[in-house]
Design a protein around this ligand. Structure first.
Ligand code: ADP
Ligand code: MG
Length: 370
């Protein structure tokens, strides 16, 4: 089948890809370099251009401009079935009149693999996806999760150097989805091929990916590991899409070493690091802040802002607070169990943090995330 070593994959380079439709731009100057063997996820809200980007890579959609390279070779004019990629969609699209073995054999027949080899390969791939012995079943005799496993098997049976998946778990219920996420991760580690996965579910992206590309409005906002995106978001959109955040917005002044903002009567400050925006949004993650019942409980030197408690939820492992900030927006704080308080909805309190925490971003208006 493949003339490359197991445990490798291919690189995929999307360069300045644009896909224009009559009334819209689905993908707008997207560039993305996917490394061999990497698990990369295209994450973003519905309509942000994920599927179109995947289809451009797969060859199901033509570029308006830009180029796609697979393994360093330009494939803009190579038809989909000659790009050597496996593809799985949200809806399994199995042939109903064919049994499992016949469904999986489809790409092997296209490649003219001898019958005996086909049977062996089908047996092996069914084992990989946890369906050993299911050769003779028909799709209607399988659950949704099992049908999707067959779809995976069919996409992987010819050992493609890359597997593209478009929301493959989107139609499954939560438990099954979580189980299959772990299996996809295991299969990726086992086969070592390049996996490109599309989802709008950030938790799914966190579980699966080596790197995540965040899509917004046909563009990539940021590409990075999950910790890059969580700890060093480069835009408010990324901060809001990846995990929970509390945002303090105000005009910023900087003296070169420190910046400060007046937030509804309290001063918030931090260390300046080149290019301090004049209109700032300070992003804090829920575990970077604490909640205090009175001013005297706030450690000396901490930044603090008065808040009203909306909710104080006991979660076993800790507390989650929903807070009303002085500007009318809401904030979220998560603390370990031993730091909990008896604050109740409506109580006045203080949210506080060490000035080292937080990322100061430019306060661009958010693009709708619907
Ligand atoms: P996602 O997968 O992130 O939900 P898509 O890539 O499917 O987003 O779509 C991105 C944008 O392009 C959407 O606004 C969508 O309506 C538009 N679009 C996608 N396919 C077509 C098409 N065939 N014709 C016209 N517009 C399209
Ligand atoms: Mg889509």
């Amino acid at each position: 089948m493949s003339n490359q070593e197991p445990g490798t994959g291919i690189s995929i380079d999307v360069r300045n890809a644009t896909k224009r439709y009559e009334k819209s731009v689905a993908v707008d100057d997207v560039s993305l370099s996917i490394k061999p063997g990497e698990f990369i996820t295209l994450l973003g809200p519905s309509g942000s251009g994920k599927t179109t980007t995947l289809n451009l890579i797969a060859g199901f959609t033509d570029l308006s401009s830009g180029s796609i390279e697979i393994d360093g070779r330009r494939v803009d004019n190579v038809p989909a079935h000659k790009r050597g990629l496996g593809v799985v969609f949200q809806h399994y699209a199995l042939f109903p009149h064919m049994n499992v073995a016949e469904n999986i054999a489809f790409p092997l027949r296209q490649r003219k693999i001898p019958k005996e080899a086909q049977a062996r390969m089908i047996g092996e791939i069914l084992e990989t996806v946890g369906l050993a012995g299911y050769q003779d079943r028909y799709p209607k005799e399988l659950s949704g999760g099992q049908q999707q496993r067959v779809a995976f098997a069919r996409a992987m049976v010819f050992d493609p150097m890359a597997l593209l998946m478009d929301e493959p778990l989107g139609a499954l219920d939560k438990n099954l989805r979580e189980k299959l996420q772990l299996e996809i991760k295991r299969i990726h580690q086992e086969v070592g091929r390049t996996f490109v996965f599309v989802t709008h579910d950030q938790e799914e992206a966190l579980i699966l990916s080596d790197r995540i590309a965040i899509f917004n409005n046909g563009r990539i906002e940021q590409v990075g590991t999950s910790s890059d995106l969580y700890e060093r978001p480069e835009s408010l959109f990324v901060a809001r899409f990846m995990g929970e955040s509390t945002v303090f917005k105000s005009a910023v002044s900087s003296n070169g070493t420190d910046w400060s903002m007046d937030f509804h009567g309290t001063t918030i400050h931090g260390a300046a690091s080149g290019g301090t925006p004049s209109s700032g949004a300070l992003v804090l993650r829920p575990e970077q802040m604490r909640v205090a019942e009175s001013e005297s409980e706030v450690p000396l030197g901490s930044t603090m802002v008065p808040v009203k408690i909306i909710q104080n939820i006991y979660l076993g492992s800790g507390h989650k607070y929903e807070l009303l900030l002085p500007d009318g927006t809401t904030g979220i704080v998560r603390t370990p169990r031993e730091r909990g308080t008896s604050l109740r909805p409506g109580d006045n309190a203080w949210v506080h943090w060490n000035a080292e925490h937080g990322v100061l971003l430019n306060d661009h208006d958010l693009v709708s995330t619907t």
